[in-house]
Each structure stands twice: as structure tokens, then as C-alpha cells.
Design a binder for this molecule. Structure first.
Ligand SMILES: *Cc1c(COP(=O)(O)O)cnc(C)c1O
Length: 300
């Protein structure tokens, strides 16, 4: 399908720790990191059933929306994005994420936040079927059973020697795949990018082991919430290690990992693998917002 070229990048190596960043952000220029993993088997299924359109859901800055739009263009599907926020309808200037998706040919339907809550209801989906005719449905964030199967391919045999595997959590699909592919003696740490107690349950639906834990102290106030200390951490990290991080997911995770190292959460000599799930396309949009608020920007 697409050539995968993953580079593991060693970040810190001192007497007591080894932290390696697995650069899933590099596996595809437009279908970012874990979104590529989540789409892989869904696209194969869509092909099997001769679908000619993909329909999915997301917020205005969604990495998943960008990924589906590009996949549609690359593999010949029409794409429909059901976007949270009807106020966006009247905007003439699309943010960089939606502008990219539009260039890829995606059609949008903007709906209210209230209506968006029905995104998984049968009634709502039936209405969409009437409006848009036949489509292959991909849920919000791309998380379904086939997505978990794709995310099980993130860990490779040599990754099973790490004591800790860390990843950012949105819907919980990615970490579920990682858990399923891990060894019982590994600890899988999830860093939620949002507030919410539902995640534990959602992950339990897909994960077949108990060797995981959610570290809930690093969401910075909730989904998409960004504080200046997070921005300066991301900029500092890029300067020192030459690895860009996004402010919604991987920046928060890495901030958390560094904080936990400082707090001696990890026993001496731990080997830690941090999954870089991508999301870098979101930086441009976030910088636009930060600029409007006169806050420091993410270096690009
Ligand atoms: C979507 C996304 C996540 C969250 O993945 P889930 O499977 O929804 O938990 C993490 N990191 C990045 C960069 C993402 O785009």
C-alpha cells in the first residue's frame, strides 16, 4: 500500500534511563502516525465492499479529518466530513486543517455541538445515509475494531524489551492496540489529552490485558487546552532533540513523561518507549489561534 519507514530516535541516554521515541509521525507525510494505523484495515474493508465514499466525524482541527480527506484523494473515494460546530458554516476562511481537507476534495457538513453528540446513534446515521447515499462509515477519531487491529502493528518485536510504553490517548483506540500487542511484563502508560472518566471503560472494551494505566495529570485543562508552559516545553524539546511535538497530544504526553522522570516515578534503569503518534498538521491551526490571543507560538 504505502511504504513505511519508521525511525526510532534515541532521545536521552544517561545512567539511569533510556527513553526512545518511536517516530510514527514519519510513516506518512499526510496520513499522520496513528491515523494511518487506524485507517489501514478500514480502507482495505472499504475496498472489499466496493464502497465509493467514506464518511466520518471530527472537530475543526482534527488530525483524523485531515487523514481521511487525504486517504480519499489518494485511493479514489469521495469523502464527507461531519464537523462539530455549525458556526464554522458561515466562515469564509477555513482553518489550515479544513482548508487541507477541502483541497483533498472533502465535503463538509457542519453541525451543532448538541447534534454532534448523536454521532454514534443509529437514527442519526440513518439520516446521513438518506442525505449522502451509500458510504463506508468511520467513527470519530477512526476508532473501531479494524482500527485497533491496525494499531496492534505499532509495536514491533524489538519493542517488547521496553519496561514502559507511553502513548497519548484521545478515544483510546491506539493504546488498546498497543496493549494487545504488548507483553504482560510491560507497563503501558496512557496520557489522556482530555478530561473524562469514560476512557477507562472504552479502553476495556478493546484491550485484552490489564498491564496499563492512565496518567490523568497532564491534560492541561482539557481537550485542545494549551498553556504557555506547554508551548515552551514543546519549543525547548524541539531545540534539544530535533523532534517536533504537537500541542494537542504528543506534547502533553512528553511533558508528562519528563515530569514523571523528575518525580522518580520510573525505577532506575527503566527502558521507556514513547510513541510519537503524529498530529503535526495541527500546529498551523493552533498557531493561528495563539497569535490571535497574543500568546507565544510553537516554533516551526
Ligand atoms: C488521534 C490522536 C491520538 C489519540 O488516538 P486515540 O486512538 O483516539 O486514543 C493521539 N495522538 C495523535 C497525534 C492523534 O492525532
Amino acid at each position: 500500500m504505502i511504504n513505511i519507514n519508521i525511525e526510532n530516535q534515541k532521545v536521552i541516554l544517561n545512567n539511569s534511563f533510556e527513553l526512545i521515541v518511536k517516530r510514527e509521525d514519519l510513516i506518512h507525510p499526510f496520513i499522520s502516525g496513528n491515523k494511518f494505523r487506524k485507517l489501514k484495515y478500514n480502507l482495505l474493508r472499504a475496498q472489499e465492499i466496493n464502497a465509493n465514499a467514506l464518511l466520518t466525524f471530527g472537530g475543526a482541527y482534527s488530525n483524523h479529518i485531515a487523514a481521511v480527506a487525504y486517504a480519499g484523494k489518494a485511493y479514489g473515494y469521495k469523502t464527507v466530513g461531519i464537523i462539530r460546530g455549525e458556526e464554522l458554516q458561515s466562515r469564509t476562511d477555513l482553518n489550515p486543517t479544513l482548508a487541507f481537507a477541502k483541497r483533498c476534495g472533502m465535503n463538509f457538513k457542519f453541525i451543532s455541538r448538541q447534534e454532534y453528540r448523536n454521532k454514534a446513534d443509529d437514527n442519526f446515521i440513518d439520516k446521513l445515509k438518506t442525505e449522502f447515499q451509500a458510504f463506508y462509515l468511520i467513527p470519530e477519531g477512526g476508532t473501531n475494531t479494524l482500527a485497533i487491529k491496525g494499531c496492534e502493528e505499532i509495536l514491533e518485536p524489538e519493542d517488547l524489551s521496553f519496561d514502559y510504553v507511553c502513548c497519548a490517548v484521545g478515544t483510546g483506540g491506539t493504546i488498546s492496540g498497543i496493549i494487545n500487542a504488548s507483553n504482560d511484563n510491560q507497563n503501558i502508560l496512557g496520557f489522556p489529552a482530555l478530561k473524562g472518566d469514560f476512557l477507562q471503560q472504552d479502553i476495556r472494551k478493546f484491550a485484552n490485558r490489564d498491564n496499563w494505566e492512565l496518567i490523568t495529570d497532564y491534560h492541561f485543562g482539557g481537550y485542545g487546552k494549551i498553556k504557555p508552559e506547554l508551548i515552551s516545553f514543546i519549543n525547548e524539546f524541539k531545540k534539544r532533540y530535533n523532534i517536533p511535538l504537537d500541542p494537542i497530544y504528543t506534547g502533553k504526553m512528553m511533558y508528562g513523561i519528563f515530569d514523571l522522570i523528575e518525580k522518580e516515578f520510573f525505577p532506575p534503569n527503566s527502558k521507556i518507549l514513547a510513541i510519537h503518534t503524529g498530529g503535526l498538521q495541527g500546529i498551523a491551526g493552533v498557531n493561528e489561534l495563539l497569535k490571535r490571543k497574543n500568546q507565544p507560538l510553537i516554533d516551526v
